[in-house]
Ligand binder design. Sequence first.
Ligand SMILES: NC(=O)c1ccc[n+]([C@@H]2O[C@H](COP(=O)([O-])OP(=O)(O)OC[C@H]3O[C@@H](n4cnc5c(N)ncnc54)[C@H](OP(=O)(O)O)[C@@H]3O)[C@@H](O)[C@H]2O)c1
Length: 270
Amino acid sequence: MAGSNYYHNKSALIIGGSEGIGLAIAVGLVARGADVVIASRSKDKLAEALTALKRCCGEGQRVASVVMDVRDAMQVQQQIDRVVAEYGAPDLLINCAGVAYPGYIESLEGDRYREMMEINYLGAVHTVKAVVPHMMRRRSGQILNVSSIAGFLGLFGYTGYCASKFAVIGFSEALCRELAPYGIKVSVLCPPNTRTPGLQRENQYKPAEVLATEEKVKVLEPEEVAQAALAALARGRFMIIPSFDGKLAYYLGRYLPGVLGLFLRRPTLK
Ligand SMILES: NC(=O)c1ccc[n+]([C@@H]2O[C@H](COP(=O)([O-])OP(=O)(O)OC[C@H]3O[C@@H](n4cnc5c(N)ncnc54)[C@H](OP(=O)(O)O)[C@@H]3O)[C@@H](O)[C@H]2O)c1
């Protein structure tokens, strides 16, 4: 299993760990011998996820959950202080909480733009600010922020989501430089479409053009994304893109942006 030894006896705090990609990463970490605390808003989802995690636990391994809404900086601080008091400072902080509302600029409500910024971007800022002082004192730690392919490509129908995920990459890149002297590594994960409850909800909002272009796009399983993320994290990679198409788009965008632009024009409906 990729990264098995690396994660053995490490501790991880996974924000947005109750379902989807966050839960798959939690399962992957527990299977590799890590202690894991998952966090999200819903007690019921956390309880169900915890039952699944306990089934993969070995002897002496600890799994726990904590309720928090990442939009509330004070609640995040209080809950992370509780986690640190009970389990110690985590070796790994994984920011996976996120929401996606696609939609045309003229019809997507302003509140949705705010919600995506508050959860996807500021949510990560809040948890990082609460955890980093502990990692700094210990002079070690690792942070994984989850962005998206939409964090480096301006995609049709995704003005609000792209802005929030571009912000996550910018934040992570600056943070990486700032925390390196303290021995703290920062990575950013950019998954493509992945079969999760979140993607199911997102599909309800997609404009017709987006649905038409996605007919042929491969959807990854959350376990594939988790596997790629954990393998790359163990190698200390900054930018983690789990799909071939995603990697191709990333490098085209950097070195041949004109060519990439041709593929990203407004999709046509048949
Ligand atoms: N699935 C994809 O196709 C895809 C592609 C690229 C990037 N991503 C990104 O990957 C991450 C995970 O996506 P996913 O598809 O696995 O999502 P998901 O299935 O909807 O899971 C999202 C997780 O975040 C938690 N969460 C949401 N809002 C929260 C808040 N305000 N405070 C605390 N926790 C919150 C949810 O639990 P509660 O509802 O209980 O709070 C849940 O545990 C997101 O950042 C998403 O943008 C997903």
